[in-house]
Design a protein around this ligand. Sequence first.
Ligand SMILES: Nc1ncnc2c1ncn2[C@@H]1O[C@H](COP(=O)(O)OP(=O)(O)O)[C@@H](O)[C@H]1O
Ligand SMILES: [Mg+2]
Length: 354
Amino acid sequence: MATVDIRDVRKNFGSTAILHGVDVDIADGEFVVLVGPSGCGKSTLLRMIAGLENISGGQVSIGGRVVNDVPPKDRDIAMVFQNYALYPHMTVRDNMAFSMKLAKAPAEVMDSEVKRAARILGLEALLDRYPRQLSGGQRQRVAMGRAIVRHPQVFLFDEPLSNLDAKLRVQMRAEIKDLHQRLKTTTIYVTHDQIEAMTMADKIVVMHGGHVEQIGAPLELYDRPANVFVAGFIGSPAMNLLPGVVTGGAFQPDGGGQAWPLPPDARATEGQRATYGFRPEHLSLVAEGIPLVVTLIEPTGSETQVSGKAGSVAVTGAFRERITARVGETIHVLPDPALAHLFHGETGHRLNAA
Ligand SMILES: Nc1ncnc2c1ncn2[C@@H]1O[C@H](COP(=O)(O)OP(=O)(O)O)[C@@H](O)[C@H]1O
Ligand SMILES: [Mg+2]
């Protein structure tokens, strides 16, 4: 196991800057998820840690050793890719033993390492099969087995579940997390899926356009997003984000309608442009509040999502209680002001007290 320190790391492809100075500290044994929209630079950063891309600026250290100029095979890392990259003409056993074979490991070491990995992953009965004879989830497990046999200091995963169907994805998510709890190997996991990030990470790094937007524990990001981007990216259904102005001790959204109650710790001045945020589940049905003309009702069973218009402002709520209103009718809602967020109108930075 090892720490990983990413210090002011930059990447240019030709004259195009892709990563603009990324800093992340990863503790020994930590499970860190890099999350962000497609194209934000997650895979590039992971490949730089692996040594598959050179580093245009800054430093990557693994276990306290700067590895900028260390070739991938000497970094003591193992990477699992989205497409598994299994050899189709080799059995599960040979796929898992392949890296040891290249390193000319003794046959009994290969045998015991493959058995250990197969036991950890529940693959014992499948060792003589070929990849085409396996399900997607089993193939994914073999790909992990190839990483485990190497006893790496760090596991790197790049969207390893995106080729699986939704149900299997949830199951494999739990398996990878369980594996980490047993092996406690430092892990860096890339995904564009914020639910995967929330459920798996000790620590999430939210990336956007080659920058780090925020680093924190899943619920820290959920409860106290540092800016409008993180607020809108983490959470499903997404946070309501209304542009407008702070006036008379309340928030007046653009497009009119009633004013919304400010969070008590908001640091804003009269007349300031701001973005007001509240999560759908923090909206309550009340007898007297902000009128919302219902435009869409989506029951999921455990809750009901209601979209509507407050004046001309689109708002979504998620309610545990059953909704009797119909489309076109008016309900009254209020957000819990203590759970509301206020962001700077231009910079998007959080304006709630620290
Ligand atoms: N080899 C390359 N040459 C030029 N541009 C690249 C190369 N690899 C990635 N990019 C660009 O870098 C950006 C980040 O890509 P990537 O790290 O794959 O994003 P993510 O994994 O977050 O979807 C994208 O705009 C992509 O087009
Ligand atoms: Mg990628």
